[in-house]
Design a protein around this ligand. Structure first.
Ligand code: HEM
Length: 446
């Protein structure tokens, strides 16, 4: 075996050599790097070294060794918004909180959310009914529905009235947080610069809403069997203490944001792809009709929506909402022939690995049947990882899959989508991958 060496990579500091691209076309930039260094590369951005990793076996190594790879530096950025909630927390405290929250996502529990998800979808479509045949900003519609689903199922609250304010605030914060990395000089957050003031103001909008939900729950004393009650009532096994208000806020805002933004993006891409591939929408319509012929959709009957499930997976292959996953090496390590240095930031890109020709035939083609069992058997496990993996696997992955299957099946049963002439989908790769600007599609009753 060769002695391990540092991965090679582009020369110079990216912050100088590709500053503009880093800010305006990060997907193009990483695609180019991958063409030059197809498996792994090491590059410098500002004072830090980043290691881009594309091969499934290397990705598996990183995600399954949380002892060697922590959430790290880039995570600190997200803490501005999410505090010490489950997504950003680390170590023993993270494990304790994960164990505490996990039961909400058990399959038995998920089954009880089906009716609420169906109801939110019906309400959205009842709204559409008023419009008749028209064009709509589908990303706004999908944000609205996923927001109402996460609020109702996990917080027993209706955030409908807040929808605009929340999505504008979130849009601003996501942009701010994801450009932090590309800044030459990062000014401390406490400095009252116009940017910092706007960030703080937008964060305050979300805080106010979350703290309002918690205060309302305390005031009304109505019993709800949901995530919020569980978090408020649980006591530490050793100290019998309840969660502090600050921790409660962090957990709630994390689930609230992680639980609707990614799903809204995936559903927007899904309906865009339905517009581009009416034959896929038709298969979903027929499959759903066959299941509905035996009675209303239930948690059990979702298992029969095979093609719909494959379509959801294929949407997230081409457009993974979590397009980038970061880790920091906590000590020197060796991956294959390569040496990883303590402090290196590891960058994993579902967006790129999901499009590698080595694992995906004609990778740019939308083809849900790639997820048929017989076509999956030779593919390495981490050629596809829209929900991450290892100990930090998305806690909401089954929730999200169920939600997207239901929404897609019900909406395709009643509506057809079309892409207006001249429209080209543009992507915005911020903290998550989303359509850039409005995603206007034609919407027409079947
Ligand atoms: C299409 C939808 C979704 C996608 C693509 C997605 C993706 C991900 C990914 C990739 C991670 C791991 C991040 C990392 O390793 O650094 C993650 C973690 C997480 N997700 Fe999701 N997610 C989705 C939906 C949801 C939903 C519906 C919820 C909750 C209702 C949720 C809550 C979380 C939480 C709390 C974590 C942190 C888990 C931990 O570290 O213990 N996500 N998600």
């Amino acid at each position: 075996m060769n002695s391990p060496r540092l991965p090679t990579g582009p020369k110079g500091n990216i912050i100088f050599t590709a500053a503009r691209e880093l800010r305006t076309n990060v997907l193009g930039l990483i695609e180019r790097h991958q063409r030059e260094y197809p498996d792994i590369s090491r590059l410098r951005i500002g004072p830090y070294y980043y290691v881009n990793v594309y091969q499934p076996d290397m990705i598996e190594h990183i995600l399954s060794h949380s002892d060697l790879y922590s959430k790290g530096r880039e995570n600190a950025n997200l803490k501005y918004l999410l505090g010490n909630g489950l997504l950003t927390n680390e170590g023993e405290f993270w494990m304790k909180q994960r164990r505490l929250i996990q039961p909400v996502f058990h399959k038995r529990r998920l089954a009880t959310f089906v009716e609420q998800i169906k109801d939110c979808t019906e309400r959205l479509m009842a709204d559409w009914e008023q419009h008749g045949s028209t064009t709509m900003d589908i990303h706004a519609e999908m944000t609205q529905i996923t927001l109402s689903i996460v609020s109702r199922t996990l917080l027993s609250t209706d955030t409908g009235g807040w929808f605009r304010e929340i999505s504008d605030a979130l849009g601003y914060l996501m942009k701010g947080l994801s450009t932090e990395t590309t800044k030459l000089i990062r000014l401390p957050q406490w400095m009252p610069t116009p940017y910092n003031i706007r960030m703080a103001r937008n964060r305050e909008i979300l805080n106010k809403m979350i703290l309002g939900i918690i205060a309302d729950r305390r005031a009304t004393k109505v019993q709800h069997d949901d995530l919020l009650s569980m978090l408020m009532e649980v006591e530490d096994a050793d100290t019998a203490e309840r969660m502090t208000d600050a921790q409660l806020r962090d957990e709630v805002i994390t689930i609230f944001l992680a639980g609707h933004e990614t799903t809204a993006n995936a559903m927007s891409f899904a309906l865009y792809l339905m517009a581009r591939h009416p034959e896929a929408a038709q298969r979903i319509r027929e499959e759903t009709a066959a299941v509905l012929a035996d009675g209303p959709l239930t948690y059990e009957s979702l298992m029969r929506l095979d093609y719909t499930t494959r379509a959801v997976k294929e949407v997230m292959r081409l457009y993974p909402p979590a397009w980038i996953i970061g880790r920091e090496a906590t000590q020197d390590d060796v991956i294959g022939d390569y040496l990883i240095k303590k402090g290196d930031t590891m960058m994993l890109f579902p967006y790129l690995t999901h499009r590698m020709e080595q694992y995906w035939e004609e990778p740019l083609r939308f083809d849900p049947d790639r997820f048929l069992p017989e076509r999956m058997k030779d593919r390495p496990r981490y050629a596809y990882f829209p929900f991450g993996g290892g100990a930090r696997l998305c806690i909401g992955n089954n929730f999200a899959m169920m939600e997207m299957q239901l929404i897609l099946a019900l909406i395709c049963s009643r509506y057809k989508f079309s892409v207006p002439d001249g429209f080209r989908l543009e992507l915005e790769a911020l903290v998550t991958l989303r359509p850039k600007g409005e995603l206007r599609l034609g919407v027409r009753r079947v």
